[in-house]
Design a protein around this ligand. Structure first.
Ligand code: AMP
Length: 541
């Protein structure tokens, strides 16, 4: 058989050759709608590839982006990786200190950003380490006035013609880099390869995953700075699906209008986004005219949401689980033939699970001693994953392997039933996921501990109606100290991103400790689980 490396550029070439007339539609940060075809996109990617090379980016060097979902971002996905550089998507929701740290750790050489992020870039500019060029993803007419030396994206494209042969190289070469908020310490980089990305794109498109095809119009709500928008920009070219990008407006009305005007059949995002959409649709008595399926993941999809989509709107929900370290697609809750005729309640119960594996991904659950637990739907253990698109080692951490006997410990606690459906029951990693974005409980505890009146601080994620989880801070005062809630809230101001501020601070006389002296957060989570739902304050997200 022929030896052909699995390269990201080959996805683009396939899209152009076999689906050249397919469309890419974007709502731009500039406010208007942009529309072109795969053929147009591929030609611009070739010009952009030459432009990137002209900026002295060498093979394997990082090209960073700070951008919403849009066609220029998609062009960078293909052009940067296609030339052999590594696309590094920065998350604009991070605190500037974290962004600066990440850009330096990644050793980014060029940074492309959306016009709307200019203020952040101006504030960060002298802390971006090795970044040599800043490129604004806009045209000449919209170039902003700034004290920084800025390049114009469209000028770069204009400066080159579209004759370019995508280079062939080893499929194991790095293609993109995404940082995940680490359980402890600084964020960690997950470096994907061309091979892992292409295999992952196949997995995402399979019928028992998202079932993506040339008959679909897919709108990734999940940001392109979150694990490559769950691989959809790659899978869309692979299968020839029309792709629609929402830009920065992710409120219910903006999304619904775009779903309707572009006749979107499939979308993907975190539960928070879908709640906003459902509220809008419900409050205005609307119906979806084309939407058939939606993928909900990143956080647990509540059964009520699943039921609303299915029963009230005829939209089939695919509940999925994954993580940055698994590219991210891990499991999807798609029913098997034998389950289709079950009563609705039982079907929803299965669909509410995080789902089962397609070929390539494998999971198991183990107890504290490493023994494998049975797939009985009851025994809960540490969820382990492995596969060709699962991380083997974090970026720049060559000396330490996170793997245990060849499996990646996910930090999630789960059960697996006899049909292979996995269900997350808890999380051991010390992070809080609010509206799909991580908040480090350790960082928050460190800030609180910096206050002279605080003896001990435990931060836990508790259930929240809108954001899924929000941070709650439990504090033990030092003897004789009188620090109060308002004082501590003031103390947090400016030290963390505003949306990280705990929803409440509760003073307690003690925090339970385990045998090894660690705070027993599992117990705290049980005790305070419903604290915010039972009349706490609204989210600070
Ligand atoms: P990230 O690396 O940001 O993609 O986050 C991955 C983590 O999000 C997982 O390890 C889980 O803790 C959580 N997660 C992702 N999808 C789900 C889901 N469907 N249900 C519950 N938790 C989820």
């Amino acid at each position: 058989m022929m030896q052909q490396p699995l390269l990201i550029s080959s996805l683009l070439q396939h899209g152009e050759r076999h689906h050249g007339r397919q469309e890419v539609v974007s709502r731009r940060v500039e406010g208007d709608i942009h529309r072109y075809t795969f053929t147009d996109m591929a030609a611009r990617c070739r010009r952009l590839a030459k432009a990137i090379a002209s900026l002295d980016v060498n093979f394997g060097e990082r090209v960073a982006t700070l951008a919403w979902n849009g066609y220029r971002h998609m062009e960078l996905y293909y052009a940067a990786s296609g030339t052999g550089a590594v696309l590094h998507t920065l998350n604009p929701r991070l605190h500037p200190d974290q962004l600066a740290w990440i850009a330096q750790d990644a050793d980014d050489k060029v940074l492309f950003f959306d016009l709307s992020f200019l203020p952040q870039i101006e504030a960060l500019a002298n802390r971006l380490g090795s970044v040599r060029h800043l490129v604004v993803m806009t045209d000449r007419a919209r170039m902003p006035v700034s004290s920084l030396k800025l390049l114009c994206y469209e000028d770069l494209i204009e400066a080159h013609n579209d004759t370019y042969d995508w280079p062939a190289f080893d499929e194991a070469s790095a293609s993109s880099l995404c940082y995940t908020s680490g359980t402890t310490g600084n964020p960690k980089g997950v470096l994907y390869s061309h091979r892992s990305t292409v295999l992952h794109a196949y997995a995402v498109a399979l019928p028992d995953s998202l079932s993506l095809s040339a008959r679909d119009t897919v709108l990734p709500v999940v940001p392109m700075f979150h694990v490559n928008a769950w691989g959809l920009p790659y899978s869309a070219c692979m299968v020839g699906a029309k792709i629609v990008f929402p830009g920065p407006s992710l409120d219910g009305k903006s999304l619904f209008d775009l779903f309707e005007s572009e006749q979107v059949t499939l979308s993907s995002g975190v539960p928070t986004v879908w709640q906003g959409l459902l509220d809008h649709v419900e409050n205005n008595g609307l119906r979806f005219s084309a939407m058939k399926r939606t993928v909900i993941g990143g956080a647990a999809c509540p059964m009520a949401m699943l039921r609303s989509f299915e029963e009230a709107y005829g939209v089939h929900v695919v509940h999925g689980w994954g993580m940055t370290e698994t590219s991210p697609f891990g499991t999807a809750s798609v029913l098997k033939g034998s389950q289709l005729s079950l009563p609705a309640g039982q079907r929803y119960a299965i669909q509410s699970k995080q789902g089962r594996c397609v070929f390539g991904m494998d999971i198991k659950i183990i107890d504290d001693e490493g023994g494998e637990l049975p797939w009985d739907g009851r025994s809960a253990g540490h969820l382990m994953a492995r596969g060709p698109w699962v991380l083997a080692q974090y970026f720049r951490q060559d000396d330490t392997s996170p793997l245990v006997d060849g499996w990646f410990p996910t930090g999630d606690i789960a059960t697996i039933d006899g049909d292979g459906f996995m269900q997350i029951t808890d999380r051991t990693k010390d992070v809080i996921k609010s509206g799909g974005e991580w908040i480090s409980s350790i960082d928050l505890e460190n800030v609180a501990m910096g206050h002279p009146g605080v003896a001990m601080a435990a931060c836990i994620g508790v259930a929240h109606a809108k954001w899924d989880e929000r941070p709650l801070m439990l504090v033990v005062r030092k003897p004789g100290a009188s620090v109060n809630r308002e004082e501590l809230f003031d103390f947090f101001a400016g030290k963390i991103a505003k949306w990280w501020t705990p929803d409440d601070i509760v003073f307690v006389t003690e925090i339970p400790l385990g045998a090894t002296g660690k705070m027993l957060k599992t117990r705290l989570r049980e005790q305070y689980h419903a604290y915010l739902i039972d009349g706490g304050r609204n989210g600070n997200h």
